[in-house]
Design a protein around this ligand. Structure first.
Ligand code: NAD
Length: 433
């Protein structure tokens, strides 16, 4: 039987999901459904994209500082490994669910393929609000979690990295724990490590730098000057603060910043370097000099050219998409825009550089880190930034051309390119046995 003679399999939802509350996985499924008509004969394999390859759910018991034992729920999902080992971050957040980790792992598959990195997609998370725990507790949590998911991770199998509320120190503990368990120092098991342990120069700013490169390319295509462009940033963590600093360094004006504690605004511009210092002193963007405080929802109504959602998913929805005045949205976060909001913004002529392209700078430098760890030969920061800039600009321009050819959004273009690459690999490999 040839692929052409066999009907496309019917999609059934996995039984382990709550059919009435699919969470972010529903957004991802909708995105795949939208692209299926563009996949030609490869659509035969599209069901592959709608099922994670492997899911591990673990119990993580740890001793708290007061001597009691607490249990946490942890996940590692390998969505797809057709093109290479699974790759994707680890999130510590009280709202982590299986559906969320599944969607985030699938977006990694799409992202890695859209930028043509030789990786599949994976993601992990622990359901915890880390703010309430000591460094000792977080270290015990990280080490036990790493041991539990040690069954499926490894430098050639699945390589975690930082995500929301995880950082180079947590990656160092993960690398050490995995290394202790396998009896050798395995630096390549995680990326986003400290530079002293085989981390890459340029990694900490890489996602924000990629957001900037993609955003600057988009502004150029749209005929909007970067110099003086007004930028509003939601999220001032790893991604948001780096993106804000790099836009600022290139002459753009950061007019608003929102984080979990509140929203600040200054039409004349906020200096993100000073804001970073204020944040490290006070743990909040609120109260920053020369800025006024806005209500949370006012953020989306601001007059600006560029909006950078760089916090969490489902931030731009039907409820606020109509109010957005920005001409360009560059998705630093994963999944910040719902499909319904996507449609509204498209109708209004707002260009969206989708997450799977816009925030791919992080995993691109993670890829460089992994390559450097394997060869034990380390590159200079200039080499890394130059390679990153080239990959991001080339990926942006080729997706822009695909969008133009098919008269589709950049998101659909990214999915066309990425799904084609993943499914070509699937078709060439064939089914085992
Ligand atoms: P982070 O933990 O460093 O920062 C998160 C930021 O979001 C913080 O400023 C926090 O205050 C803010 N925030 C949290 N909840 C909020 C809310 N309800 N409203 C407004 N602000 C809120 O995380 P990060 O690593 O910067 O990741 C941010 C996003 O970027 C996530 O979607 C993540 O998946 C994505 N991402 C991260 C990387 C990376 O390299 N770190 C790479 C690709 C994508």
């Amino acid at each position: 039987m040839t692929a052409e003679s066999v009907p496309t399999p019917v999609h059934h939802l996995p039984s382990y999901l709550d059919k009435n509350n699919l969470g972010p996985w529903e957004i991802y499924l909708e995105q795949v459904n939208r692209v299926t008509p563009y996949l030609g004969k490869l659509a035969y394999w599209a069901e592959t994209l709608k099922r994670p390859k492997r899911i591990l759910i673990v119990d993580i018991p740890i001793h708290l500082d007061d001597g009691s034992v607490a249990h946490f729920e942890g996940y590692r999902v390998q969505h797809n490994i057709s093109r290479g080992p699974a790759k994707g971050g680890i999130r510590y957040h009280q709202d982590v669910t299986l559906s969320e980790v599944m969607a985030l792992s699938a977006w990694m598959t799409i992202k890695n393929a859209a930028v043509n990195l030789p990786f599949g997609g994976g993601k992990g998370g622990i359901r915890i609000d880390p703010r309430g725990y000591s460094q000792g507790e977080l270290q015990r949590l990280t080490r036990r979690f790493t041991t539990e998911i040690g069954l499926i991770i490894g430098p050639e199998k699945d390589i975690p990295a930082p995500d929301v509320n995880t950082n180079p120190q947590i990656m160092a503990w993960m690398m050490d724990t995995y290394s202790m368990n396998v009896g050798r120092t395995a630096t390549g098991v995680v990326t986003g490590k400290p530079v002293q342990l085989g981390g890459s120069l340029g990694r900490s700013d890489a996602t924000g730098r990629g957001v900037f490169v993609a955003g600057a390319q988009a502004l150029k295509k749209m005929g909007i000057a970067l110099e003086g462009a007004r930028v509003a940033v939601q999220g001032f963590g790893n991604v948001g603060n780096a993106a804000a600093r790099i836009f600022h360094d290139h002459g753009a004006k950061i007019v608003a910043v929102q984080d979990v504690t509140g929203t600040i605004y200054n039409a004349g511009g906020i200096d993100p370097n000073k804001l970073l210092k204020h944040l490290s002193d006070t743990k909040s963007v609120q109260g920053f000099e020369d800025s006024e405080t806005l209500e949370k929802d006012q953020f989306w109504e601001l007059e600006c050219e560029v909006m950078i959602p760089a916090a969490l998913e489902k931030q731009i929805t039907e409820a606020n998409a109509n109010k957005i005045k920005a001409k360009l949205i560059v998705e630093g976060a994963n999944g910040p825009t719902t499909p319904a909001a996507d449609d509204i913004l498209h109708e209004h002529g707002v260009v969206i550089v989708p997450d799977v392209l816009a925030n791919a700078g992080g995993v691109t430098v993670s890829y460089f880190e992994w390559v450097q760890d394997f060869s034990s030969f380390f590159w200079t920061e200039d080499e890394i930034n130059a390679r990153l800039d080239r990959i991001m600009a080339e990926a942006f321009n080729s997706l822009w051309d695909v969008a133009d050819t098919h008269k589709v959004t950049l998101r659909t273009a990214a999915y066309i390119v990425a799904c084609t690459r993943v499914l070509e690999a699937r078709a060439l490999r064939g089914l085992y046995p």
